[in-house]
Design a protein around this ligand. Structure first.
Ligand code: MRU
Length: 348
């Protein structure tokens, strides 16, 4: 399977997701600022993958930092990485985890701090793969045999450290012997579905059909889709889900047509400090992503454009939230709180 983000002796190596599927090019970030730029420009994207990348960015920053005013340097490194993308909470979760570790190590010699910070970032990556596999195991049971699964955006190996959340559920269902195929929304404007999900699933040999976003309703009505599975960028305490723009429309259409709508996400995507999805910050991206397709202008110059990268699906449209600790169902205020406070010994 593709290596999304890797720690190497030369720096943090990422597959350039802006160039897939036409070219498989790897970029090496040799400095934390380059990691921040890779996250901002979506060389790496997807909530868990940007969390892992940010953790590696902090480690890289500390590795290159000098002895003098290390606290101040770590602060700047973390602030720079945190200022890249506002919606996916995994970014802030990973930076906080690295910050907390640093605070517990700061009395130690710099060489030891560096070693422990690098290890922690690698650990976050390994944990993410195991978490996705656990999500897959819980989710596979929910996928109906012999039907089509609809997904939006890319919540696969490319969006995580490996295996994927929504695509992890699909992979686990296929591994369990379920005969399923996938419909992938192309996901305008950045085309994560067409460029990344279609590529990833094709590589795995999972039968996949690409559709444009506006075809989802047509197919949800047809009876052919057994369930929808998507990832998430941030989930509020009441179960409202921020995910790639267009997810909300799919969720409403799924409910209208009695198709279960599942969200697959790690516990690190839960933001229990937010009561509802109304408080989730929504990233606004460049108008050129809408007016241009691969550098070709497809709209009249000067046209007014909106480009929110995410939308919020109210929890009433979400049939269940699949995490590495189990499946949460409504009412989410209770079920999510239970999952978050689960003792570590109860984890799979
Ligand atoms: O803008 P992106 O490509 O980073 O958005 C990605 C998504 O919306 C994914 O569905 C989400 O991060 C979950 S990835 C496991």
């Amino acid at each position: 399977m593709v290596e999304t983000v890797q720690w190497t002796e030369d720096g943090v190596v990422m597959i350039d997701q802006t160039r897939l599927p036409r070219e498989e090019v790897y970029v090496t970030c040799r400095d934390y600022r380059e990691v921040a730029e890779a996250i901002r420009s979506m060389v790496v994207r997807g909530a868990p993958a940007i969390g892992v990348s940010a953790a590696m960015g902090v480690a890289l920053g500390v590795l290159k930092a000098s002895e003098e005013d290390l606290d101040g340097q770590v602060e700047v490194i973390c602030e720079t990485l945190a200022a890249t993308r506002p919606t996916a909470v995994n970014l802030f979760w990973a930076i906080d985890r690295m910050k907390r570790l640093y605070a517990s190590l700061r009395h130690l010699p710099l060489s030891e701090i560096r070693e422990r910070m690098v290890k922690e970032a690698q650990q976050i990556k390994q944990e993410d793969i195991a978490i996705n596999q656990a999500i897959g195991r819980f989710g596979a049971d929910l996928v109906p045999d012999g039907k089509t699964v609809l997904t939006h955006c890319n919540a696969g190996a490319l969006a995580t450290a490996g295996y994927g959340t929504a695509l992890g559920v699909i992979r686990a269902a296929v591994a369990a012997g379920k005969r399923i195929d996938v419909f992938a929304d192309e996901t305008r404007p950045f085309l994560q579905g067409a460029r990344l999900t279609a590529w990833e699933l094709q590589q795995d040999g999972i039968p996949t059909t690409l559709i444009t976003d506006n075809m989802a309703g047509h197919f949800l009505k047809s009876g052919r889709i057994g369930c929808v599975v998507v990832g998430a960028d941030r989930i509020a305490a009441n179960g409202d889900v921020a995910n790639k723009v267009g997810t909300y429309s799919v969720a409403v259409l799924a409910k209208e047509n009695n198709v279960p709508f599942y969200v697959a996400a790690p516990i690190s995507t839960l933001d229990m400090t937010l009561e509802s999805g109304d408080q989730i910050p929504i990233e606004q991206r460049s108008p050129s992503e809408v007016t241009h397709v691969f550098g070709v202008e497809v709209a009249p110059p000067g046209i007014s454009v909106e480009n929110p990268a995410f939308d919020v699906t109210p929890s009433r449209y979400v049939t269940a939230i699949i995490t590495e600790r189990g499946v949460a169902r409504p009412p989410y205020t209770e079920s999510l709180r239970k999952l978050v406070s689960m003792p570590a010994s109860a984890l799979p």
